[in-house]
Design a protein around this ligand. Structure first.
Ligand SMILES: O=CCCCC(=O)O
Length: 428
């Protein structure tokens, strides 16, 4: 079937899907959640084979998809007509689904990114077409099959096997009413400008270079293990990974060796083996890019704590470098197993360093003191502030960025409202 026909079918599916009651849609989501749960291992294997994520992490990714889908299957219907008290006989807000929504999704969480976008958008009454990363067509097709198997009408979710170069054409098609993109700043800016020119809503979930701040009253043991995981799980390829480790100066001698010890547990191995903590990067060109960034950081004065050692076309022994403010590498996102350590005299300096970059997605602060936490809660320029834990999204809570990390909200009940129009009904 050609692309135009596929989009036309999504539009036809929408005309019917928007009339299906919310609770009926939720019953189908329950089935989808069960299917994900039941075969999490099988789907995990697809993920690992596509992009080298260690198998236990791939299975967890699918299980998290099931959890999220179940969350929406049981969610309160915040889209039902809302009555507002005015002097008129009728004043109501109706949430009207927009239509066919395009998702442009990346390879780093092949099931999670696609489903996190699609589930609330579909529950709100829209239909979805997915442009997945070209190495993840297997995941995209499997997700389409799962929607069908769960009983969703045909074409409520369609995986379009199209390339990057086709996105403009699809987004310009009048059938498409909005776009949600997770990806780089560059692709986000391109897609948002096409959407803007065509007066279509866009939601962008972009890069990050989040801080993982460790202050002198933190639980060092927990922070060290959590910091290594924050940087190195998924081979460091997550938008919300801890990328800059801002450590208070007076604990550097005690904390840094603990952190290094945890970091060195991540030894590259076969991603299909259960004991492997870190696999290779998803593609060799991504490894080339990380190596270039490593060299750039060193050229501008970064010191090596642990060298970044390339051991195959896409595998590294993870690296750790000490970076000072002003190093241009701080403007970049390091999307791989290379961490940056920065030293701060005190809380204020830690906050300043944390904010002094273009991004602001999901920063993490380690201090037991509630007053000290408050400074960061109030002033971190960040979509999320995690306290004494590494950053990770939660289906119940909003997820989205500040500054160049993007705009719009995924997850939580708020995501249900991203692709609906508010229709006001007022009069006597
Ligand atoms: O690249 C973004 C990763 C999102 C992972 C999460 O939702 O925690």
């Amino acid at each position: 079937m050609n692309l135009e026909n596929k989009l036309a079918k999504s539009q036809t599916a929408f005309e019917n899907w928007k009339t299906v009651p919310f609770t009926e849609k939720q019953k189908l989501l329950q089935k989808l959640a069960s299917l994900l749960e039941k075969d999490a291992e099988k789907f995990g294997k697809i993920i690992t084979q596509e992009m080298n994520k260690p198998i236990t992490q791939s299975i967890s990714e699918v299980q998290k998809c099931a959890l999220m889908t179940r969350y929406y299957a049981e969610a309160e219907n915040i889209l039902k007509p809302e009555k507002i008290k005015t002097e008129f006989r009728v004043s109501e807000i109706h949430s009207v689904p927009k239509g066919v929504i395009l998702g442009v999704m990346p390879w780093n969480f092949p099931f999670w990114q696609a489903l996190r976008f699609a589930v609330p958008v579909i529950l709100a009454g829209n239909t979805v077409v997915l442009k997945h990363a070209s190495i993840c067509f297997g995941s995209g097709n499997m997700i389409e099959k799962l929607f069908l198997k769960a009983g969703f009408p045909k074409e409520v979710f369609q995986n379009l096997e199209i390339g990057h170069e086709d996105v403009k054409k699809v987004l310009e098609n009048p059938i498409i009413k909005g776009v949600s993109l997770t990806g780089s700043e560059k692709s986000g800016a391109e897609v948002a400008s096409i959407a803007g020119k065509n007066i279509k809503k866009s939601l962008l979930e972009l890069g990050g270079s989040d801080a993982f701040i460790v202050l002198d009253d933190a639980d060092f043991k927990k922070a060290a293990a959590s910091g290594a995981k924050a940087r190195l799980q998924n081979c460091g390829q997550a938008c919300n990974a801890g990328k800059r480790f801002i450590i208070q100066k007076n604990i550097e001698k005690e904390f840094l060796p603990m952190f290094i010890k945890e970091y060195q547990k991540y030894i590259p191995g076969n991603p299909l083996k259960k004991e492997t903590l870190i696999g290779g990067m998803a593609r060799p060109d991504l490894a080339d890019e990380l190596e270039k960034q490593y060299k750039k950081a060193l050229k501008f004065g970064a010191e090596i704590i642990l060298p970044l050692e390339r051991i195959s076309k896409n595998e590294f022994i993870p690296g750790l470098i000490k970076v000072k403010a002003g190093n241009p590498i701080l403007q970049d996102e390091l999307f791989g197993p290379l961490g940056m350590v920065m030293i701060a005299k005190n809380d204020k300096e830690a906050l300043k360093l944390a904010n002094d970059i273009p991004f602001g997605l999901s920063n993490s602060v380690w201090t037991k003191d509630k007053k000290r936490q408050q400074l960061f809660i109030d002033h971190l320029e960040s979509g999320t502030v995690s306290l004494n834990k590494e950053s990770s999204s939660d289906p119940r809570l909003p997820f989205g960025g500040a500054k160049s990390s993007g705009y719009g909200t995924e997850l939580s009940l708020h995501a249900l409202k991203e692709f609906v129009n508010m229709k006001t009904i007022v009069g006597n």
